[in-house]
Design a protein around this ligand. Sequence first.
Ligand code: IMP
Ligand code: MG
Length: 170
Amino acid sequence: MQIGKTLISERRIRRRVRELGAQITSDYQNRDTVLMGVLNGSVCFMADLMREISLPVEVIFIRLSSYQGTQPGEIKVGSDFGIDLSGKHVLIVEDIVDTGSTMKFIIERVTDLGASTVEICSLLDKPSRRIHPTEIRYAGFQIPDEFVVGYGLDYDGLHRNLRHVAVLEE
Ligand code: IMP
Ligand code: MG
């Protein structure tokens, strides 16, 4: 497996993240907002997005895992969901929505913890493989059914540190 063609350049990512941050800033005025990043994939996106949001927001991270190589597996919670979210407006920050299983799982738990609203902000949206219908309030880019790496996204733990999003090739 190796890094293939660039799907989304560093420049396009930067521009889009700025737009998303501006939209979120205007939508979340006067709300107790929690940005909830899903580790490890959201690390680059969160770091950039949070600095494009001009509001006081809480930033927290949760850890789950659902992929083995390029194959989806069972979702496991690797970090504590034992936080009180009552009255909070939670914005889940994710690298990519693929089948929608991860988002379904998180939204159910966040709702159980008393959040007033729960919305999704995902850098990438791969709609072709969706199993669970998922409303992505803030989506960076729609991509075709290809396995991608970079800007937080990995293949077997590698390539998260690329500045752009690339297709993984055999
Ligand atoms: P879902 O639960 O099927 O929506 O999968 C979501 C998770 O799978 C994402 O948070 C990613 O970590 C991982 N994933 C899905 N597609 C890709 C990909 O193309 N590259 C890297 N990770 C991916
Ligand atoms: Mg992820």
